[in-house]
Design a protein around this ligand. Structure first.
Ligand code: KG4
Ligand code: ZN
Length: 341
């Protein structure tokens, strides 16, 4: 098994990629549904599924062209089987399974968060195992002790909103629309960091769980009680981002100290946040830790991470059963171990 096609359709991005075990990533294409969901202020699951159906096959053709490959070169297919929006997942799963059947090659359903977790391994220098992973996306905020592929121990997670969700909801409260996280981050850069200071919940004791819903409430209260000028908006964005990053950095430090690990891997949409990247790099670097991030294009959802995770698992001999596998919820710790590549 050398050349694997990866399909990602768990939410509002259609991602297709081809990974070659010898030559690395050959091609990746992404279609973002932003304009479809923008008028609604958030992702509409039914529209997401319908749009994946429309875009997936043309995007596949485009990816094959980019890789300069004929479809007969594909030896295995990996698709995101969960967690995510069920209707959206089913599009990728049905297309992946059908192509596998038609082309007579094996397929495998991949855990979306394992895709994120392994995305930093697509580039050099690859983080060696073991490491601590901070997974920060629109649906997850988790700290995981990673001993190898499929060896994941959950150390802590959010008790309410995921940090990406908090970015998005705060952005919406400030009238920044959808998708809000990157817009809020951009605005924060223009804010006065000395004006507001938002609380950092759950920093006490040895806790590794997170809570972000209070921060969102703080954004709302502050916004409602000020003049609502452009500068107010930027200053609130700045205070929100500073608090969110501070919480994440503290918990990462704590997880590294408690487990005596030396390396931190950060992945998922929020790992695109420049302030988070810079702060982790500087603060943890000063303490002798090494931090790893995916390249920016592979922080948010993409097909490359699914092709890569699929390559590793298909290469190890894993295959789909006869059922179509799509799960809205799926615990990362249920995944099976595979020997180190
Ligand atoms: O991993 P992802 O693309 O999808 C999920 O699996 O959820 O993550 C999307 C999340 C969104 O909440 C988005 O607002 C957030 O990542 N995000 C950011 C940035 N870029 C994306 N949050 C903060 N700063 C960014 N630059
Ligand atoms: Zn994701």
């Amino acid at each position: 098994m050398r050349i694997v096609l990866g399909i990602e359709t768990s939410c509002d991005d259609t991602g297709i990629a081809i990974y070659d075990g010898e030559r690395g990533l050959l091609a990746h294409q992404l279609y973002s549904q932003t304009t479809v969901h923008q008028p609604f202020g958030g992702v509409v699951p039914e529209l997401a599924a319908r749009d994946h159906i429309q875009k997936i096959l043309p995007l596949l053709q485009q990816t094959l062209r980019q890789a300069n490959l004929d479809k007969r070169s594909i030896e295995g297919i990996a698709y995101t089987a969960g967690p995510g929006l069920l209707g959206a997942l089913l599009v990728g799963a049905a297309v992946g399974r059908s192509l596998g059947w038609a082309w007579n090659i094996p397929t495998l359903g991949i855990h979306h968060m394992e895709g994120h977790l392994l995305a930093p391994l697509l580039d050099e220098p690859k983080p060696p195992f073991p490491f601590i992973a901070l997974l920060v996306s629109g649906g997850h905020t988790q700290l995981i002790d990673v001993n190898g592929i499929g060896q994941y121990q959950l150390l802590g997670q959010t008790l309410d909103d995921a940090v990406g969700e908090a970015f998005d909801k705060s952005a919406k409260l400030l009238g920044l629309g959808y998708p809000g996280g990157p817009a809020l981050a951009q605005l924060a850069a223009r804010g006065n960091p000395k004006r507001f200071c938002f609380p950092r919940p759950m920093l006490h004791k040895g806790e590794l769980d997170f809570s972000f819903s209070g921060l969102k409430t703080c954004v709302l209260r502050t916004w409602q009680t000020c003049q609502q000028t452009d500068q107010d908006r930027a200053d609130i964005a700045c205070a929100f981002q500073a608090a969110a990053v501070d919480i994440l950095v503290h918990k990462c430090q704590r997880a590294l100290a408690q487990t005596h690990r030396q390396r931190l891997v950060v992945a998922g949409g929020v790992s695109a946040n420049q302030r988070l990247r810079d702060t982790l790099h500087t603060q943890l670097g000063a303490q002798g830790y090494t931090t790893f991030f995916p390249r920016t294009a592979f922080c948010t959802d993409n097909g490359a991470m699914i092709a890569y995770a699929g390559y590793l698992r298909l290469q190890a001999g894993q295959r789909d059963t006869t059922e179509i596998c799509a799960r809205a919820r799926w615990d990362l710790q249920e995944l099976s171990e595979i020997p180190c590549a």
